[in-house]
Design a protein around this ligand. Structure first.
Ligand SMILES: Nc1ncnc2c1ncn2[C@@H]1O[C@H](COP(=O)(O)OP(=O)(O)OP(=O)(O)O)[C@@H](O)[C@H]1O
Ligand SMILES: [Mg+2]
Length: 425
């Protein structure tokens, strides 16, 4: 039997759904869970590589090794062309992405009782903003990785269109819907005509009124929050004695950026930071930075900032314990401070929503529903940046971590098995 599978390879989390006999199902990938962190951990103890939840657990248990997160953000960038040293071996980033996709394929195969050879993989409206050749390259790199992971027939679908196909499963009348998928790396939007009747059509090109996106997501919010609150404490903006200059800011920017943290663990960088410390007018701050780098705690600290951000979706303030970085220190962050830090990004998200409605040739008043998905749609200020553009629309909140994969499986069934599918309860 042929299985059509949809893979949502996300910046932060990944999910796989399968459509079989007209039913769509999100697959448990690890420990019965359907959405797993897009993460790999290379252990220095036993030289194995683990994935997803297991990778995060091993990293957080402080096992010596190397954690990789946000690998999707490397696609189409110059860093993708570089290799990364893990203990004695050098890995191309394409190899690492292929390894993660293989983990998804093998986990899916176990649940499906058969190996999925055909796949629809989600892609953002833009892997890289305002650079079509780099964007094309990113998709080609992802396709090559999927092939290396053992997939034979590979197609791509835009993530916000996949989310719309999932939303369509629940509509009862024809309507125009705005779909906003605000994830870890990108914010993606689509405007579609949806209905139960249209849902049975194979070719939906005529119902897609517009789509666009922008390279802003939860990992950027983590970076902005870290730069505004944590990094000054580690020496961002601190003075050097010579020439009154500041400590180089790129150490802090990289330490606040999930996919760049490992760059700082290079021996040369550590030597450089030690020499900055000797010249620092505030050496106690650079000592904290050195402590973080020497103990390879970058991901752990950024994880705490991410947790504070998530906490502030339901509370007006959050705390981050830094007791291990400086004795008894606790960072207190107010939601207002977070909203200030991401203010410019909120404006750009709102602008893209206005653009996609104009692109669809519509006035905001004609949009009946706004369907929200993706983890970052949980942030009240982000949600508001989207919904304020269409104040009359009803807001429907989707499965933040499952809608895209479910929609991709619906698309896969149409493309590969030429029939429509409905989501099973
Ligand atoms: N309740 C919450 N409030 C705010 N942010 C959240 C919440 N839950 C998860 N997030 C954030 O959502 C992001 C992950 O969302 P999601 O899994 O939808 O992204 P993704 O699909 O991996 O990324 P992309 O689609 O951009 O490639 C992370 O940045 C995470 O911190
Ligand atoms: Mg996503």
């Amino acid at each position: 039997m042929s299985h059509a599978c949809g893979i949502d390879f996300g910046t932060s989390n990944s999910a796989v759904a399968v459509s079989s006999n007209g039913r769509v199902r999100l697959l448990p990938l690890q420990d019965g869970v359907t959405s797993v962190p897009t993460a790999l951990f290379f252990s220095f103890d036993d030289d194995t590589c683990t994935h997803g939840r297991a990778a995060m657990e091993r990293y957080l248990s402080r096992e010596p090794g190397r954690l990789l997160r946000s690998i999707k953000s490397l696609l189409g960038t110059p860093l993708f062309e570089e290799v990364t040293q893990v203990k004695y071996r050098r890995y191309a980033y394409g190899e690492i992405i292929a390894d993660f996709l293989k983990f998804l394929r093998v986990s899916a195969a176990r649940e499906m009782g058969g190996d999925p050879r055909s796949v629809v993989i989600g892609r953002p409206a833009y892997f890289v903003d305002d650079d079509q050749p780099a964007d094309d390259k990113a998709q080609a790199q992802l396709e090559a990785a999927a092939r290396a992971a053992g997939f034979e027939t590979i197609a791509f679908q835009f993530e916000p269109i996949a989310a719309a196909l999932h939303y369509e499963q629940s509509v009862t009348d024809e309507e125009i819907a705005l779909v906003a998928d605000i994830g870890g790396g990108t914010s993606d939007f689509s405007v579609l005509r949806v209905s139960p009747r249209l849902a049975t059509k194979i070719d939906r090109r005529g119902d897609i009124l517009g789509y666009n996106g922008v390279h802003i997501g939860g990992t950027d919010f983590d970076r902005l929050l870290s730069m505004a609150t944590l990094m000054p404490f580690l020496g961002l903006g601190s003075k050097l004695r010579m020439k009154g200059m500041d400590a180089p800011s790129w150490y802090f920017a990289d330490l606040a950026t999930w996919h760049r943290i490992n760059v700082l663990y290079d021996g040369k960088v550590l030597t450089e930071v030690r020499s900055v410390r000797r010249d620092s007018a505030e050496p106690e701050k650079i000592d904290r930075l050195l402590g973080v780098l020497e103990l390879r705690k970058g991901h752990e600290l950024l994880g705490r900032i991410e947790q504070a951000k998530i906490d502030m979706s339901s509370m007006t303030a959050a705390t981050v314990s830094l007791a291990d970085v400086a004795q008894d220190f606790v960072l207190e962050i107010k939601r207002r401070r977070f909203e200030q830090a991401i203010g410019e990004s909120l404006g750009r998200i709102e602008g893209r929503v206005r653009d996609v409605i104009a692109l669809a040739g519509l006035k905001p008043g004609t949009v009946r529903t706004v369907f929200l998905t993706g983890g970052s749609s949980g942030i009240p200020a982000v949600r508001n940046a989207v919904t304020k553009v269409v104040p009359a629309a009803q807001v429907v909140v989707g499965d933040a971590f499952g809608s895209v994969a479910a929609g991709l499986a619906i698309d896969a069934e149409r493309r590969f098995n030429r029939r429509s599918a409905r989501l099973s309860a």
